[in-house]
Design a protein around this ligand. Sequence first.
Ligand SMILES: NC(=O)c1ccc[n+]([C@@H]2O[C@H](COP(=O)([O-])OP(=O)(O)OC[C@H]3O[C@@H](n4cnc5c(N)ncnc54)[C@H](OP(=O)(O)O)[C@@H]3O)[C@@H](O)[C@H]2O)c1
Length: 248
Amino acid sequence: MKKAALITGASSGIGAATAIEFAKNGYFVYLMGRNKERLQEVALKCRSGASIMSCDMTDTNALDKRLNEMLTTKIHRIEVVVNNAGIFDRHSTEEGTDDIWQKEFEVNLLGPVRITRAFFPYFKSQGGGQIVNVSSTLGLRPQGPTSAYSAVKAAMVNWTASLAMEGGPFKIRANCVCPGIVDTPIHGFHSLDTEKKNEALEGMKNLQPLGRIGTPDDIAKAIYFLGSDNSSWITGAILPVDGGINLL
Ligand SMILES: NC(=O)c1ccc[n+]([C@@H]2O[C@H](COP(=O)([O-])OP(=O)(O)OC[C@H]3O[C@@H](n4cnc5c(N)ncnc54)[C@H](OP(=O)(O)O)[C@@H]3O)[C@@H](O)[C@H]2O)c1
């Protein structure tokens, strides 16, 4: 059976780059996200085979259906789950409504928990598997008015440690990547016209010792490392991939 990876949020940014990275390395990829057209575009770039799992992760019925399809159709050996899908919100505690906090928790934490819970018995029965969670440097050290996002991403870091301990006896590894600022549609500057975008990038240059913000590929390579056998004795690791921004 061909080895496979599930990547959530594969229709854009870091998730799309991650899907392409796994595909380059011979994995069949399951691409999850809401936007079918963008998922199809990514699927075309995954030469070793891809299947589109379009669903909103907050719709538990749709998610269960998708997970069931994947876990019962045993065409591939799914070895990796990348919990990458996420939303970013810029509100202080004073401004953030219950709705904002609930949405952050629903998409950025409960979605990954539901997916991982479904995969645990599958990984146990096949003798192992890898979970890679995508948190954020804001989950390690909050900055600016992003309280709900930062709190949820911190929860993801902590949850990864629980998962690593729970999964260890079953050869299930769990690790977490914490990206710094990465050029994806999650940020407003991503879609500015070239001149304004270059100005914005110039302004952010000195925020990190390596002198530039990240690309989706920078993160995809780290996720691939933690999801593949290259990291076979690593579990519970929290890896900042951030050009050093967390040091300043
Ligand atoms: N870019 C950064 O600077 C940065 C920094 C730190 C951490 N991160 C984290 O990296 C991850 C990927 O972000 P990105 O920068 O690549 O952002 P992005 O380009 O906006 O991609 C976000 C992805 O999440 C999916 N998604 C959002 N809500 C969803 C839902 N309800 N159901 C299913 N899929 C959903 C989107 O799919 P659809 O649009 O198709 O629904 C999209 O594929 C996120 O967890 C983010 O918090 C990013």
